[in-house]
Design a protein around this ligand. Structure first.
Ligand SMILES: Cc1cc2nc3c(=O)[nH]c(=O)nc-3n(C[C@H](O)[C@H](O)[C@H](O)COP(=O)(O)OP(=O)(O)OC[C@H]3O[C@@H](n4cnc5c(N)ncnc54)[C@H](O)[C@@H]3O)c2cc1C
Ligand SMILES: NC(=O)c1ccc[n+]([C@@H]2O[C@H](COP(=O)([O-])OP(=O)(O)OC[C@H]3O[C@@H](n4cnc5c(N)ncnc54)[C@H](O)[C@@H]3O)[C@@H](O)[C@H]2O)c1
Length: 477
C-alpha cells in the first residue's frame, strides 16, 4: 500500500459521481448526513460527457432540419445540408469541452465532500481510494456506502475485434470529426440513434444488426424508424452473422457469414452495457447470490445480505437510464437518511417514499431517432408474464394536430390496458417529436387513472395528443 494521505469518517460515502451519484449524495446531505462523493474520472459521469447530452446534441439539428423539410413552405427555404462543424461545436458546448468544473461547483454548493480517485471496498463500511497524486486515502462510513459506479460497454466476441481499434459510444459521441464512412454493429438504442446522427452529418453509414433493429419495440413502431433510417441513407442490414473483423490502411473490414463484407473508415460497436462492479472489492463481502455481474437490491436500493451497502443507477443494473437512476437515487438517499433518523424501519411499501416501485411499473424511455419511439410502463408480453389480462389498442396517429404538424405525418400509438382494473399499464408512441406526449401516459399509469375518468381528459385541438381521444374511442368509450 502506498502512503495513506488521509483517513476520514463520514455518515455516508457514494462511489461514482455520475448523474446518479450526484443525486444520491445531494439527498443524503439534504437529509442531514455528512457525505463523501468519490469520482475516478469526470464529475457528471457518462450522461454528461459521452452519452445522453452529446448524443442528443448530435441528433437535434438533423431533426430540426428534417422537420423543416417536411412542411411545404418551410421546405423551400432549406437550401443546404447540416453544417457538421457547427453541430460538433454545439455538441462540445453541451459537454463543456469535457471540463467538469461547473459540476464540481454544483457539488461544492450542495455541501457534498468530493474526493477524486478510484475507490474500492476493503471491509465493512470502509473504502480505500487511490488518488491521482498516487497517494492512498481511507474513508469510513458510519451508516451507508452507495455504489453509483455506472456501467461499461459489453464487447462481442467476434474474431479479430479484440485486435483492432474501434469506436465505442464514448468515441462516437466525442469525435472531433465526421468519418467519411461508418459501420455500426448493434441495433439497440445507442447504435440506432448514432447511425442516423452520423448519416445526417454526412457519413456513409452501414448498420449491422444480428436481429431486428430496436428488436424489443412493437413492429409498427420499429417499421417507422427503419423507414426513417433508410430515407437518411443508412444501409441497414438485419439478421446478419459476423465472421471476422480486421483493419488495414483501407479501413475497417467487417466480414459476414453470408460471404459479404463492408469496409469503412470507422467502426462503432454498440452492443449493450453491464453494471460496473469489477474491482470494487465486492467479492470480499460474501453477498448471497452475487455472481460478480448483478447485485440484488430491494425496493430501497439496499443490497441483499448487507445492512449498509446500496446500489443505484446503472450500477444496480435494473434500468440503464439517467432519469430512472436519478429516481432511484432520490429514493435511496431519502431512505438512508430516514433510517438514520429512525423514521423508516427499512421495509418500504410499494409506491411509498422509500420504494422504487416505478422501476417495475412505469419506466419512461425515448429512442431519439427521427421518427422517435416513446414508451412507458410494461409491454404486453411483460404484463402477461405478470399475470395481467391485457387489452391492447393501437392505431396510426392521424388527427388534425398531426396533419398540421408535418405534411404526410406518419405515426403509431398503442395502449396496453389492465382489463380487470380498467387502467393503462403501458403506452407506446412512434412518430415525429412524440417524446413530449410521453409524460401524459406516465402520469396516467402512476396515477392508475381509470379509462372512465381519462375520458374527461380532453386533448387540446389541434394537437397530436388528440390521438388519446381516438385510442379511447377505439376502446369503446
Ligand atoms: C450513447 C448513450 C446515450 C444515452 N442516452 C441516454 C438518454 O438520452 N437518456 C437516458 O436517460 N439515458 C441515456 N443513456 C444511459 C445513461 O447514460 C446512463 O443510464 C447514465 O449515465 C447512468 O448514470 P450513472 O450515474 O448510474 O452512471 P455513470 O454516468 O456511468 O457514472 C458512474 C461514475 O462512476 C465513476 N466510477 C466508476 N467506478 C468508480 C470507482 N471505483 N471509483 C470512483 N469512481 C468510479 C465513473 O467514472 C463515472 O463517472 C445513454 C447511454 C449511452 C451509452
Ligand atoms: N435514448 C436513450 O435513452 C438511450 C440512448 C442510448 C443508450 N441508452 C441506454 O444505454 C444502454 C446501452 O445501449 P445499447 O444500444 O448499447 O444497448 P441495447 O441493449 O439497447 O442494444 C444492444 C444491441 O446490440 C446487439 N448485440 C448484443 N450482443 C451482440 C453480439 N454479441 N453481437 C452482435 N450484436 C449484439 C443487440 O441485439 C442489440 O441490438 C441501453 O440499455 C439504454 O438503456 C439509452
Amino acid at each position: 500500500m502506498t502512503e495513506v494521505r488521509s483517513e476520514q469518517t463520514f455518515d455516508a460515502i457514494v462511489i461514482g459521481a455520475g448523474a446518479v451519484g450526484e443525486n444520491v449524495a445531494d439527498r443524503l446531505v439534504k437529509g442531514g448526513l455528512s457525505t463523501l462523493l468519490i469520482e475516478a474520472e469526470l464529475v457528471g459521469g457518462e450522461c454528461s460527457y459521452w452519452a445522453c447530452m452529446p448524443s442528443k446534441a448530435l441528433i437535434r439539428p438533423g431533426v430540426a432540419l428534417n422537420a423543416a423539410r417536411n412542411l411545404a413552405g418551410s421546405r423551400e427555404a432549406v437550401t443546404g445540408r447540416l453544417d457538421s462543424g457547427q453541430v460538433l461545436r454545439r455538441r462540445d458546448s453541451f459537454t463543456s469541452n469535457w471540463d467538469d468544473s461547473g459540476q464540481v461547483k454544483w457539488v461544492e454548493n450542495a455541501k457534498i465532500s468530493l474526493l477524486r480517485g478510484k475507490a474500492w471496498l476493503i471491509g465493512e463500511r470502509t473504502v480505500e481510494i487511490s488518488a491521482p497524486d498516487a497517494g492512498t486515502h481511507l474513508a469510513h462510513a458510519r451508516h451507508a456506502i452507495v455504489l453509483a459506479t455506472g456501467s461499461n460497454p459489453t464487447v462481442p466476441s467476434i474474431p479479430g475485434l479484440a485486435e483492432i481499434e474501434f469506436w465505442g459510444t464514448r468515441e462516437a459521441t466525442s469525435s472531433p470529426r465526421v468519418p467519411r464512412s461508418l459501420t455500426v454493429i448493434g441495433g439497440g438504442v445507442a447504435g440506432t440513434e448514432l447511425a442516423q446522427a452520423y448519416a445526417r452529418l454526412g457519413s456513409q453509414v452501414t448498420q449491422l444488426v444480428r436481429g431486428n433493429v430496436l428488436g424489443k419495440m412493437p413492429a409498427p413502431a420499429r417499421d417507422l424508424v427503419t423507414a426513417g433510417l433508410r430515407k437518411d441513407g443508412v444501409d441497414l442490414r438485419e439478421k446478419v452473422a459476423f465472421s471476422r473483423i480486421s483493419r488495414d490502411p483501407e479501413g475497417v473490414r467487417v466480414e459476414l457469414e453470408d460471404g459479404s463484407s463492408i469496409t469503412s473508415d470507422e467502426l462503432l460497436v454498440a452492443t449493450g452495457r453491464a453494471a460496473a462492479l469489477a474491482e470494487l472489492g465486492l467479492e470480499t463481502l460474501e453477498l448471497p447470490g452475487f455472481n460478480g455481474k448483478q447485485l440484488e437490491t430491494d425496493q430501497s436500493g439496499k443490497v441483499t445480505g448487507s445492512d449498509w451497502l446500496y446500489a443505484v443507477g446503472d450500477a444496480a443494473g435494473k434500468v440503464l437510464l439517467t432519469h430512472q437512476g436519478k429516481y432511484e437515487a432520490r429514493i435511496t438517499g431519502d431512505a438512508i437518511a430516514a433510517k438514520v433518523k429512525g423514521s423508516f424501519d427499512g421495509v418500504a411499501a410499494p409506491w411509498s417514499k422509500f420504494a422504487q416501485t416505478a422501476d417495475h411499473y412505469a419506466v419512461p424511455s425515448v429512442v431519439f431517432t427521427d421518427p422517435e419511439i416513446a414508451t412507458v410502463g410494461r409491454s404486453i408480453e411483460e404484463a402477461e408474464a405478470d399475470g395481467v389480462v391485457v387489452v391492447e389498442v393501437s392505431l396510426p396517429i392521424a388527427v388534425a394536430g398531426s396533419s398540421l404538424y408535418a405534411d404526410d405525418y406518419q405515426g403509431w400509438a398503442q395502449l396496453a390496458i389492465d382489463g380487470d382494473r380498467n387502467v393503462i399499464i403501458g403506452a407506446t408512441f412512434a412518430g415525429p417529436d412524440v417524446a413530449e406526449l410521453l409524460h401524459s401516459a406516465t402520469i396516467a399509469i402512476v396515477g392508475e387513472v381509470t379509462l372512465d375518468r381519462l375520458w374527461h381528459a380532453v386533448p387540446a385541438y389541434p394537437t397530436v395528443s388528440e390521438v388519446w381521444l381516438r385510442l379511447l374511442e377505439k376502446l369503446g368509450l
